[in-house]
Write a protein that binds this ligand. Structure first.
Ligand code: HPA
Ligand code: ZN
Length: 326
């Protein structure tokens, strides 16, 4: 398929990837050995066999358990390098990468250790593969507002080292409104904010993310199609959605790729991007997502060009850099 080849070869930005979700089983076991700790799985095959999710929560339970092997700055650097190498191979030239400090600080790993390691990885990755990256600090929404404020306080001495803030983890029962005051403070600090919404949660959560958090993009947002007025607003206000097709399939947001709402959103004029979310857990990196979408929908070249262009337009880099890519 020449269109698929073109889509895979096109330079792209990836705007929705969790660094903890790029932890492949081989690296997880290597880090477990290096740190002298045991994973609750006998080997890589047993771990892979556990990648059989029926919901967001079933994935999150495993994702947080595996993150326990990440202990030192070198571990976070190696994790970042492994992701950037794979992203660069998919012609990703720029990535905006989520990290979940609370997953690590709760285990006694210092915020500084996480940040130092991830940044070293970004620096080496830029030299090696010419790929640029920005870090987005995500608050875990299943935890309290108070814990989010405590995390923000820990991050404040090194604010120049992160680009923005996000909101992830268990969506149902944890509406964006829970973090309205935290996000107001993040915006006061001059940072762009984004939020996961409309993945498992209802379209009303997307509206809250926009109106109460000031979210500059919506991560997932695929359930927005249930509210036509919202879809019209997303299109009118050019609000980007960072859609993750394989993630949605593996977490049973949709039963089959053919049921995915990506084509409806595109047709409505919404600024949709395609991303990998947690590629180690969901069956692939950015071009694997593109292959799965193309197998289901056979988009034309112009559609893939539109999606690649959207990824740059929706990124947080400055206008001159965007112009250079577009
Ligand atoms: N949704 C919510 N939280 C997450 C995800 C996701 O897709 N990936 C990692 N944390
Ligand atoms: Zn995500």
């Amino acid at each position: 398929d020449p269109v698929l080849d073109l889509a895979c070869r096109m330079p792209k930005a990836e705007l929705h990837v969790h660094i903890e979700g790029t932890l492949e089983p081989d690296l997880a076991f290597a880090l477990a050995r290096r740190n002298g700790i045991a994973l609750p799985y006998a080997d890589e095959a047993a771990l892979r066999a556990a990648y059989d999710f029926d919901s967001l929560q079933s994935f999150l339970d495993l994702y947080y358990a595996c993150a326990d092997v990440l202990r030192t700055a070198d571990d976070f650097r190696d994790l970042m390098l492994a992701y950037l190498e794979r992203a660069a191979a998919d012609n990703v030239v720029h990535a905006e990468i989520f990290f979940d400090p609370q997953t690590h600080t709760a285990r006694g790993i210092a915020y500084r250790t996480v940040l130092d390691g991830l940044e070293e990885g970004l620096r080496i990755g830029r030299q090696r593969w010419g790929i640029s990256g920005l870090l987005i600090l995500c608050f875990l929404r299943h935890l309290s507002e108070e814990e989010a404020f405590a995390t923000l306080a820990e991050a404040e001495p090194w604010l120049d080292r992160i680009h923005g803030f996000g909101l992830d983890s268990s969506e149902q029962g944890h509406p964006p409104s829970k973090f309205a005051r935290v996000f107001a403070r993040c915006r006061e600090l001059g940072k762009p904010v984004v939020a996961h919404a409309g993945e498992e949660g209802p379209p009303a959560y997307v509206v809250e993310a926009l109106d109460l958090l000031g979210s500059a993009r919506i991560d997932h947002g695929v359930r927005s199609v249930e509210d036509p007025a919202l879809v019209a607003r997303l299109a009118r206000e050019a609000i980007p959605l960072t859609v993750c097709p394989l993630s949605n399939l593996r977490l049973c947001v949709f039963g089959t790729m053919a049921e995915h709402t990506l084509p409806q959103l595109l047709a409505a004029g919404v600024r949709v991007t395609v991303n990998s979310d947690d590629p180690a857990y969901f069956g692939g990196y950015l071009n694997d997502n593109i292959r799965a979408v193309q197998a289901a929908f056979a988009f034309d070249a112009a559609t893939w060009q539109r999606i690649a262009r959207n990824s740059f337009e929706a990124s947080f880099v400055d206008a001159a850099q965007k112009a250079a890519w577009i």
